[in-house]
Design a protein around this ligand. Structure first.
Ligand SMILES: O=C(O)[C@H](O)CO
Length: 315
């Protein structure tokens, strides 16, 4: 039997070549998201689909594909774009790429922490806008990591990677809040705390937990009011965890002092959203895992997941 797979995006060749070995593969030949009507048309009759986080793999797509669909492999850690419970009901396997992106995501989060703490964007803007005069002792002063408390919301692979990387910056204390992962805490000397303590005691608070009913919009007006004075908030997980209107108001009120977001809700954040103009907020376009090495490894992992799963099915 010829096993059919559809790839919804142009991905690195290292991934494609795995798929081309034994599968009958077709793909959307662009890096841009597929128009919905094309997605619905092209998945018809496929045994496997390789998708990305910007393809909404809902019931309509599963129906359009048909009952022979056995696997959805996503080139991502997150699976929020896939109707996983519907897939389960239909016996469709959902596979992601959890291990290969953690280092680049952690490294990027550390970059944002330093960038926000040292007010880099304000400095760069001042240079470009001609506001750079002769040196002034108290101009654009930020804060150093030494002696500070790092708070991690979600000490999984990415949270652990952040803690491990920032620890040598003479961090005084690492605290974390996580209902599931406890396995990494001892190797970075992190102390488990409840959410109110995490909010009240973190100087740099990094959100790297998964979006769940408990965490979605949990960073809201009430949470911001509990944050430590002078603290910064970084979100590289998923935008839905933070209420962006509340964050804009909280930044204007001074608590947190500044924020760095690599993820927003929605993505992209509308250009006229007040956070876009808030000088206390740095927003990057979901580029936490965007390195060549990680992208190639993600493509290889997603392709192998699809390939192995479909060939097992076929034998
Ligand atoms: O889920 C993921 O893998 C990231 O958000 C995109 O790389």
């Amino acid at each position: 039997m010829s096993v059919q797979a559809y790839i919804t995006r142009q991905i690195p060749e290292e991934g494609m070549s795995i798929l081309k070995k034994k599968l009958n593969v077709s793909s959307w030949c662009s890096e841009n998201v597929m128009p919905r009507e094309d997605l619905l048309k092209h998945v018809k009759g496929m045994n496997g689909i390789l998708c990305t986080i910007s393809d909404n793999m809902d019931k309509e797509v599963l129906d359009a594909a048909g009952p022979q669909l056995k696997v959805i492999s996503t080139l991502s850690v997150g699976t929020g774009h896939i109707d996983v419970s519907e897939c389960k009901k239909r016996g469709i396997e959902v596979l992601n790429t959890p291990d290969v992106a953690s280092d680049s995501a952690a490294e990027f989060t550390v970059t944002l922490v330093l960038l926000v703490a040292r007010r880099l964007l304000e400095g760069m803007d001042a240079v470009k806008n001609g506001e750079w005069g002769l040196w002034k002792p108290m101009w654009i002063c930020g804060f150093e990591m030494g002696g500070r408390t790092l708070g991690i919301h979600g000490l999984g692979r990415v949270g652990f990677g952040i803690a491990r990387r920032l620890k040598p910056f003479n961090i005084e204390r690492i605290i974390y809040h996580d209902l599931y992962h406890k396995e990494y805490a001892s190797s970075v000397g992190a102390t488990l705390v409840d959410l109110p303590t995490l909010l009240a005691e973190s100087d740099m608070l990094c959100i790297c937990c998964a979006p769940t009913p408990q965490t979605i919009k949990s960073f809201n007006k009430e949470a911001f009011a509990k944050m430590k004075e002078g603290s910064i908030l970084i979100n590289t997980s998923r935008g839905v965890i933070v209420d962006h209107n509340d964050l804009d108001a909280a930044l204007k009120a001074g608590r947190p002092m500044a924020a760095g977001l690599d993820v927003t809700d929605p993505e992209p954040l509308p250009i006229d959203h007040p956070l876009m103009k808030n000088p206390k907020c740095i927003i990057t376009p979901h580029q936490g895992t965007s390195t060549w090495a990680t992208r190639i490894n993600m493509a290889k992992a997603a392709a192998s997941n699809l390939y192995i799963s479909l060939l097992e099915e076929d034998n």
